[in-house]
Design a protein around this ligand. Structure first.
Ligand SMILES: [Zn+2]
Length: 315
């Protein structure tokens, strides 16, 4: 297993439920080319792999040595497969992501969960070996933990799934994983939207509508957002006590709904901290819109590279 040449460009692919973002990234982190196309999510895993290969070809240039793929779901970088996933992409769980893409492109492929890939861009450069606690709160609640310059992957690639920690605020609520009482069931965007209706508010089809009502003083919308934020803050505060992070980052679409959410999260976080951690506060991610593809392009430097499948009769 040979690492790509340090000066050669690498292709980063960010696979989401609705679109695929591709970038050719130079050794200094400069984006040299980019392309996006829709994810054929309803057409199954083989067509999604074809679309990833097409996106890679659109940005490919002579000298490209490897592809890094950041994808939703539980991804095992060692086997290069999707350990488990929701049905956002039909038939995605069990897909041989890395080998399937390597075979289609002829380039070696490293892969990881999209949240971990983005989290890896947060430390202050390669010399920052501080512990990182990273949460991503959106349609689900994901996360990543890094220590001593190493991203924690854990058994079957499961490490960092912060949304499946028990939360008192979620007591009795069914979680997407099949258990009850997990953080995601009260803190994800759809969970906050549903909570607003359960508290007696007008049903809304998306979180932004709840946020707009809260800004106008609606008590049900305000209560739902505050509860989701507080639940996340408490879990992160507890994790901070357990891990002693130097950086706590809260990313994703939900924290961007405004100060009501962010302030409630930070207050609940601070209330959980043991005295030596006083002063530690969560911050938004530094990475901009390119964090996912830059994180993906960095994966071949640290993770196993999977080669194209060999065909023909074994000797
Ligand atoms: Zn769960």
């Amino acid at each position: 297993m040979t690492a790509p040449h340090p000066d050669a460009p690498v292709i980063g692919l960010d696979l989401g439920g609705t679109k695929i973002a591709a970038a050719l990234v130079g050794s200094d982190g400069t984006v040299l080319a980019r392309h996006t196309l829709p994810t054929p999510a309803t057409r199954g895993a083989e067509e999604v792999l074809d679309a990833l290969a097409e996106a890679a070809r659109e940005v490919w240039a002579p000298g490209t040595t490897a592809i890094g793929v950041a994808a939703a779901g539980v991804i095992d970088p060692v086997t290069g497969t999707v350990t488990s996933a929701t049905d956002t992409i039909r038939g995605w769980a069990g897909t041989a992501l890395a080998t399937g893409l390597a075979t289609r492109t002829g380039l070696p492929v490293a892969c990881d969960n999209d949240v971990r890939a983005a989290a890896a861009t947060e430390p202050d450069g390669p010399d920052d070996d501080g512990t990182l606690l990273y949460a991503a709160v959106g349609t689900g609640v994901g996360g990543a933990v890094a220590a001593a310059n190493r991203m924690l992957h854990g058994a079957a690639g499961i490490a960092g799934h912060l949304g499946h920690l028990p939360s008192p605020e979620a007591d009795g609520l069914p979680c997407t994983c099949g258990a009850t009482g997990h953080l995601e069931a009260v803190a994800a965007g759809p969970a906050i939207t549903a909570l607003c209706a359960r508290l007696g508010g007008e049903p809304a089809d998306r979180l932004q509508a709840v946020a707009e009502r809260a800004a106008l003083g609606d008590p049900h919308a305000t209560a739902a957002i505050t509860l989701g934020a507080r639940a996340t803050g408490r879990v992160l505060g507890g994790l901070a006590n357990a891990l002693g992070p130097h950086h706590v980052v809260v990313a994703g679409g939900v924290p961007r709904i405004g100060a009501l959410y962010w302030d409630a999260l930070c207050a609940a976080f601070a209330a959980e901290l043991m005295p030596p951690l006083h002063g530690l506060r969560p911050r938004p991610p530094r990475g901009g819109a390119d964090a996912a593809v830059l994180g993906a392009a960095a994966l071949p430097r640290t993770l196993p590279l999977h080669k194209p499948a060999t065909t023909g009769v074994p000797s």
